[in-house]
Every structure is written in C-alpha cells, then in structure tokens.
Design a protein around this ligand. Structure first.
Ligand code: HEC
Length: 278
C-alpha cells in the first residue's frame, strides 16, 4: 500500500479537486458518491457506515472482534438513563424534541428557519437543558456524548436524510461547510478532502485513511484512543490538529456548517451509532 508522508512536500501529491462552485447539493452528493464507488468498486454504499473497515479487510477483523463486546455499552446505557431522568422541574429531554427524541438522528443537523442557523443534536440537547433551568453540559465528551449516542442509537437503520431547504441562508451554510471541507489549512496545508476524498484507502503514519462517504453515520463514536465516546466536533478538532491547524471550538459556526455539508454527503447511508474506532 502506498504511504503518504506528512510533510509539506507531500502536498504535491494531492490533487484536491473542489466540486464545482455552482453545483446544487444534490449534484454534489451524486459526484461525491460516484468518486468513492469508482475508487472502491464492489463496496456497497451501505458499507460506508463502517468507515475504514469498509475498505480494509485486516483492520476489519480486529474491529469485528472488538464489536463483539462493545466497549461503548456502559456509556450508551448511561446515556439512556440520563435521557430518561427528569430535570428538577419534572420535565424530560423527550419534551424538547419531535417524536420524544426517538428515531430522529437521521435528520440532524438541520437548517432552522426561525434562527436562520444550522442546528446540531448536541446543541439542542444543551438548549433543552437551559430551557428547563439546568446547566449546559461540556460539548465534546462525557454526558452530552452519552445522551447523543443513546438518541442516535434509536435511529439505527434509518437512512441519513439531511435537507438543504430552498432558503438562501441554508444554501449559504451548506456552501460554507463545503468550502471548509475543501480548504487547505494548517502548517501541512492539507484539506479534509486531501486525506478523506483524494487519498482514502492510503496510509498516513499507522492509519489507513477512511473515505469521507459515511463519515458521520456513527457519531458520537467510541475511540479506543479516547477511552470513551466523543462527538463529531471532537473528531474535527483532532483532524485539524493533525495538520497543525488551530481547531475551532466545538459547536462553532464553522464546525456546524462543516457537519451540515459532511452529513449531507452521507445521505442515504444508515445511522449505526455508536460504533468503535481506533
Ligand atoms: C492528514 C490527513 C487528515 C486530514 C487532513 C484530516 N483527517 Fe480526518 N482522519 C485522519 C486519520 C488518519 C483518521 C483515522 C483513520 C480514519 O478513520 O480515517 C481520521 C479520522 C476522521 C474521522 C473519523 C472516521 C470514523 O469512521 O469515525 C472523521 C469524521 C474525520 N477524520 C473527519 C475529518 C475532517 C472533517 C477533516 C477536515 C477538517 C479531516 N478529517 C482532516 C486523517 C486526516
């Protein structure tokens, strides 16, 4: 397998081809998918929810062994307990969400026309708390990741279905996320796309790069390295640091826009949260 050195000279290897600026989200999705279908012939669309394990058979067998006794089981159970424990005012999380918070993960993030902003599930978990007189939780791990993972798990098997409504503000947020994905950054001058689009399947240090298709099907994810669950924005921060760029804060406008674009690109792939990764 070809290896990629993480040095400035490696940049020359990357042919980051941003999608056409005027393309609609539906056009983008089509070419995004086709890119990977061509790159990994024979890998069915649905398999992409398994990240790097969809394309690397060796890594897959050790992952399958880990998943037999899922390391996230306790946290997931705790997430369910927290979700069902009433606030001091007697209300529960269920009162803040459509369908009592069950089976809704596939619709997140979504564009909220009232505020004109992209809303993420974690953001709404904390809004639910503050509306009900509770303190917000820290963003990246711990209780918020456990609650979010529990909620996501009630959507398992439902296909991601993020919408970009016919509202210029929604399209603007989507395009900002798209730009973030293709923009080179950090001392290594690499974009998300350079690693997870152009070079999926190749190695960086000891890791095979996962395809960006299906990336957000299984978040919050359990990482062995974290020894716990973490949100998508925690992972974004880590990947920004890998290229020696300053990460943005979790739930910043930048990361919410990125999550919007990035999840839209996985529309049609089933939620399977949480899952474990290295
Ligand atoms: C230098 C290459 C590199 C760059 C640039 C990079 N990543 Fe990663 N990323 C990795 C590696 C290595 C991993 C761990 C192996 C894997 O799953 O790809 C990873 C993992 C991930 C995962 C977890 C995949 C899973 O299945 O759980 C996500 C999501 C992700 N990256 C998103 C991004 C985003 C968004 C950006 C741009 C902000 C980005 N990455 C930039 C190297 C990179």
């Amino acid at each position: 397998m070809r290896k990629i050195a993480l040095t400035a000279t490696a940049v020359a290897l990357f042919a980051g081809l941003p999608l056409a600026a005027q393309a609609t989200p539906a056009d983008d999705l089509k070419s995004f998918r086709e890119h990977f279908i061509k790159m990994f012939p024979g890998v069915p669309l649905e398999e992409y929810k398994n990240g790097v394990y969809a394309i690397n058979a060796d890594a897959r067998s050790s992952w399958e062994a880990i998943e037999e006794f899922p390391p996230y089981e306790d946290e997931l159970e705790r997430g369910g307990e927290l979700f069902n424990t009433p606030f001091a005012n007697g209300k529960t999380y269920a009162s803040c969400f459509p369908n009592g918070g069950k089976g809704i993960r596939q619709n997140y993030p979504y564009f909220d026309s009232a505020s004109g902003k992209v809303k993420t599930l974690e953001q709404e978990i904390n809004e639910c708390r503050t509306t009900n007189g509770e303190k917000p939780l820290g963003w990246n791990k711990g209780d918020i990741a456990a609650i979010s993972a529990y909620m996501a798990s009630t959507s398992n098997g439902k296909k991601l279905n993020v919408k970009v409504p016919n509202d210029p503000r929604a399209l603007e947020a989507y395009n900002r996320g798209k730009q973030f994905f293709y923009a080179k950054r950090g001392q290594l001058n690499l974009s998300c796309a350079n690693c997870h689009y152009d070079n999926a399947g190749r190695m960086v240090r000891a890791d095979t790069l996962s395809p960006a298709l299906g990336h957000l099907s299984h978040f919050p994810v359990y990482r062995l390295k974290w020894n716990g669950l973490g949100t998508a924005h925690r992972r974004y921060g880590g990947c920004n640091k890998q290229v020696r760029a300053k990460p943005f804060p979790a739930q910043s406008d930048e990361y919410r826009a990125l999550e919007y674009f990035h999840t839209y690109m996985s529309n049609g792939i089933s939620v399977n949260a949480p899952s474990s990764r290295k």
